[in-house]
Design a protein around this ligand. Structure first.
Ligand SMILES: C[S@@+](CC[C@H](N)C(=O)[O-])C[C@H]1O[C@@H](n2cnc3c(N)ncnc32)[C@H](O)[C@@H]1O
Length: 250
């Protein structure tokens, strides 16, 4: 069983076994709404590609990508747009490489997202991605597994060109009813992961500037939340000259 194959099943993919499917049903029982979140994140990703393309961004760096199946990035970008999938699980990365083999613009690499310098120096990444042009740095349902988020986001900000974007979907209690918040807290303690509030995440943005759409849910972004429960918030932030002068707030 691996998280990437469990997620593949939640997304309706076929690269999973009976063990993964069982783990997915246990996960949905322990944290109801997970399947819905996986699918909402995928739709958020699809809307993001369109919005970021309009801003002139045609390079997508997906960190903690999981398996590139079930309508993942390289299946929805336009010809000539660049996709880099990064996952630290060797089997997931190997399967990813096999799935995108022969593509001129898409690569899948095995790397830890906590090491941006290693990722940008990776020969396969250097072959397709031009860091002097805007890049979309995507972290969907993975930052709850990371400790020092402000430092990490700052290092990505330094690694990308002005005009780049950061898009995040993050496990959070903010859009849950009190009983569901308590369940999420128990889940997080058992799984040793860290859901975060919108306020906490906003203060981690440092030199990234929160996009005009602000914080929302993967179901509704770029529109505001509708009041429907969600296990995550999502947002987009920009790397631009102003973001170096104005700390993220509000
Ligand atoms: C929930 S899954 C896939 C999420 C995917 N972004 C999506 O929206 O469908 C999270 C993935 O992150 C990977 N992962 C976890 N920690 C990581 C790290 N430090 N560096 C890179 N990948 C990581 C796991 O191996 C797993 O495949």
């Amino acid at each position: 069983m691996h998280q990437a194959r469990v997620w593949d099943h939640l997304l309706g993919g076929a690269l999973n076994s009976a063990v993964d499917r069982h783990a997915a049903s246990v996960l949905e029982r322990e944290l109801p709404g997970t399947t819905r979140l996986a699918r909402a994140n995928r739709r958020f990703l699809h809307r993001l590609v369109g919005v970021l393309r309009e801003r002139g961004i045609g390079q997508f760096l997906e960190l903690g990508s999981g398996l590139p199946t079930a309508g993942h990035l390289h299946q929805v970008v336009a010809p000539g747009e660049v996709v880099v999938y990064v996952d630290n699980d060797p089997a997931t990365a190997a399967q990813g490489r096999a799935l995108v083999l022969g593509s001129a613009d898409t690569v899948a690499v095995e790397a830890d997202l906590r090491a941006p310098a290693t990722i940008f120096a990776h020969p396969a990444v250097r072959r397709v991605l031009d860091p002097s042009r805007p890049v979309a740095v995507l972290m969907l349902h993975v930052l709850h597994l990371v400790e020092d988020v402000p430092e990490l986001l700052h290092r990505y900000r330094l690694a990308v060109a002005e005009g780049s974007a950061l898009a995040v979907s993050h496990l959070s209690p903010d859009y849950l009813a009190p009983a569901d918040r308590a369940r999420l807290a128990r889940f997080a303690a058992a799984q040793r992961c860290t859901p975060r509030s919108r306020a906490e995440f906003r203060s981690a943005l440092l030199d990234w500037r929160l996009d005009g759409a602000g914080m929302s849910t993967p179901d509704t972004w770029p529109d505001p939340p509708t009041g429907q429960p969600s296990l995550a918030f999502c947002c987009v932030a920009r790397a631009d000259f102003a973001s170096e002068l104005i700390p993220a707030s509000g």
